[in-house]
Design a protein around this ligand. Structure first.
Ligand code: GDP
Ligand code: IMO
Ligand code: MG
Length: 423
C-alpha cells in the first residue's frame, strides 16, 4: 500500500479539512505531517461547522485512526481546548488519536517570541498567526526544542526551565508583558492532559500500518506557496508544506508515496503579508470575499482575494508531483458574469514569463489575464453529467493548462456538496 498525500497548492485555506473528511472513509489512517495550530481546517456536516487546528481531519470518521506526526509543532494548551470541544460529539478520540513522541512542543514563550519578532519587523511583518510556529521550529532546528516524548520523563520540568530561561533572556529585550506563573501552570496542566493520550513512535506505527496493508492519507497544512523553501520567502510559514514534507514529517520513504491530491480554490486567497500577483483590491475582490466568506479560520482576519493564478499553480504542481487536482469553492464564482484566469506574468523589465520569479517579493509582477464567460448560475445539486457548459469549459481549460486531471469539484462547504469527476 501507499501513502496518499493531500495538500494545498496556494496560500492555504483551500479546503483541505473538508476534503480530508470527505475522503477519510476510504482510508484507515489520516496523518498530519507538519504545521501546528496556525492551521484552521473546517469541516461541515449535519448542519454543524467544526474547525480543527492540530487534530487530523479524519477524527469524525469512526473507523479512521489519526496521527499527529513528528513534523508537527504541537501546543498542548490548544490541544486540550480542541479535545474538550469535541467531547460533546461522543467520538472515540482517545482510541483513534496517536501522537508522535518526536513532535515538537510549542511553549507559551514561543507564542510570546512570535509576537516579539513580528513587532520588531515593523512594516515588514509576516502577518504570522502568532501561534508560536516560527520560534518553535527555530528551537527544533537549533537542537534545543522540547518534544512530546519529553513530557514522559521525570526531567521534563528541568528541561522546560532551561529552555524558558533562554526565552526570557530574549524577551527581556522586547517590550512584551506576560505573567509566567499563570502561563506555566496552564501549560503544565495541559501537559498532564496530553499524557493521557497515546504518545507513540509514529514512524514505526505508520510503517507497520503500511506493511499490514492499511490505506493512509497524509494531510497537509498551509499551502505550497507558504512552504519554507519554495514559498514566497520570507512571507511563508516555517515548515515543509510540500509532498517531500510528508516523508520527513511522518518517517515515510519516498517510494511509499502514492497519489498526490493537489487542492486549489477556483480563485485565489491569501491571509497575512506577502506578494499576491492576482490580488483584487477593488469591489470585485470585496465581492469574492463576501461570497466566499473569506475570513481566517484561525484568526478571523479578512483574507485577501484574487483571480486564479496558473503560473503559481503550475509551480506548486511541479514541486509536489501532483497526480490529481481538486477544485474547491467553484460556487463562489457563480456571481461573476466573466471570470479571469492569470496565464502569465509581466515583469518590471517588460518581459513575459510563465514561471514564478525569484524576486516575487520585490519584482513588479503584473498578471496577464485571459477572460472566459462565467456560468453565472447556482451550482446547487449539480452532477458530473449535469454541469453548466461554462463550468465544464473552465475545468477543461484549467486541466489543459495544468496538465493534471481535475477529479473533484466542490460546490459548498458541506460534505455532500462535492462532485467526484471520473474520466
Ligand atoms: P483549509 O485550511 O484548507 O482546511 O481551509 P479552511 O477551512 O481554512 O477554509 C476553507 C473555507 O471554505 C471553510 O470555511 C470551508 O467551510 C469553506 N469551503 C470549503 N469548500 C467549499 C466550497 O466548495 N464552497 C464554499 N462556498 N465554501 C467551501
Ligand atoms: P491552513 O492549514 C492560511 C500564514 C499566516 C502568515 C504566514 C506565517 O488553515 O491552510 P505562521 O503563523 O505560520 O508563522 O504564519 O502563513 N498561514 C496561513 N494562511 N492558512 C493557513 O493554514 C496558514 N497558516 C499560516 O497568515 O501569513
Ligand atoms: Mg485554513
Amino acid at each position: 500500500m501507499k501513502v496518499d498525500v493531500l495538500l494545498g497548492l496556494q496560500w492555504g485555506d483551500e479546503g483541505k479539512g473538508k476534503i480530508v473528511d470527505v475522503l477519510a472513509p476510504g482510508y484507515d489512517v489520516v496523518a498530519r505531517f507538519q504545521g501546528g495550530p496556525n492551521a484552521g481546517h473546517t469541516l461541515e456536516f449535519d448542519g454543524i461547522k467544526h474547525v480543527l487546528h492540530q487534530i487530523p481531519s479524519g477524527i469524525f470518521r469512526e473507523k479512521t485512526r489519526n496521527i499527529i506526526g513528528n513534523g508537527v509543532v504541537l501546543d498542548p494548551i490548544i490541544f486540550k481546548a480542541e479535545i474538550e470541544k469535541l467531547e460533546k460529539y461522543n467520538l472515540n478520540v482517545k482510541a483513534n488519536l496517536f501522537i508522535s513522541k518526536k513532535a515538537t512542543l510549542i511553549l507559551p514563550t514561543h507564542r510570546l517570541l512570535d509576537q516579539a519578532y513580528e513587532k520588531a519587523k515593523g512594516v515588514n511583518k509576516i502577518g504570522s498567526t502568532l501561534k508560536g510556529i516560527g520560534p518553535s521550529y527555530q528551537d527544533k532546528i537549533g537542537r534545543q526544542g522540547l518534544r512530546v516524548g519529553d513530557v514522559l520523563a521525570s526531567s521534563f520540568k528541568e528541561k522546560l526551565k532551561k529552555l524558558t530561561d533562554i526565552h526570557f533572556e530574549i524577551l527581556k529585550t522586547h517590550d512584551i508583558p506576560f505573567d509566567w506563573n499563570a502561563l506555566e501552570s496552564q501549560f503544565l496542566d495541559a501537559v498532564s492532559f496530553l499524557k493521557q493520550f497515546k504518545l507513540i513512535d509514529s514512524e514505526y506505527f505508520i510503517n507497520n500500518e503500511l506493511k499490514s496493508g492499511s490505506t493512509i492519507l497524509a494531510e497537509g497544512a498551509q499551502g505550497s506557496l507558504l512552504d519554507i523553501d519554495f514559498g514566497s520567502y520570507p512571507f511563508v510559514t516555517s515548515s515543509s508544506t510540500v509532498t517531500a514534507g510528508a516523508c520527513t514529517g511522518l518517517g515515510v520513504a519516498p517510494k511509499h508515496i502514492g497519489e498526490v491530491y493537489g487542492i486549489f480554490k477556483a480563485y485565489s486567497t491569501r491571509v497575512g503579508s506577502g506578494p499576491f500577483p492576482t490580488e483584487l483590491l477593488d469591489e470585485e475582490g470585496e465581492k469574492m470575499r463576501k461570497e466566499g466568506n473569506e475570513f481566517g479560520s484561525t484568526t478571523g482576519r479578512p483574507r485577501r482575494c484574487g483571480w486564479i493564478d496558473l503560473p503559481s499553480l503550475k509551480y506548486s504542481i511541479m514541486i509536489n508531483g501532483v497526480t490529481q487536482l481538486l477544485m474547491m469553492k467553484a460556487d463562489v464564482l457563480n456571481i461573476f458574469p466573466t471570470i479571469k484566469i492569470c496565464t502569465k506574468y509581466k515583469l518590471g523589465d517588460g518581459s513575459i514569463t510563465e514561471t514564478v520569479p525569484y524576486e516575487l517579493v520585490n519584482e513588479n509582477v503584473q498578471p496577464i489575464y485571459t477572460e472566459v464567460k462565467g456560468w453565472h448560475t447556482s451550482l446547487e445539486g449539480i452532477t458530473q453529467n449535469k454541469m453548466p457548459a461554462e463550468l465544464t469549459q473552465y475545468i477543461e481549460l484549467l486541466e489543459k493548462a495544468l496538465e493534471v486531471p481535475i477529479t473533484l469539484i466542490s460546490t459548498g462547504p458541506d460534505r455532500k456538496q462535492t462532485v467526484h469527476r471520473k474520466k
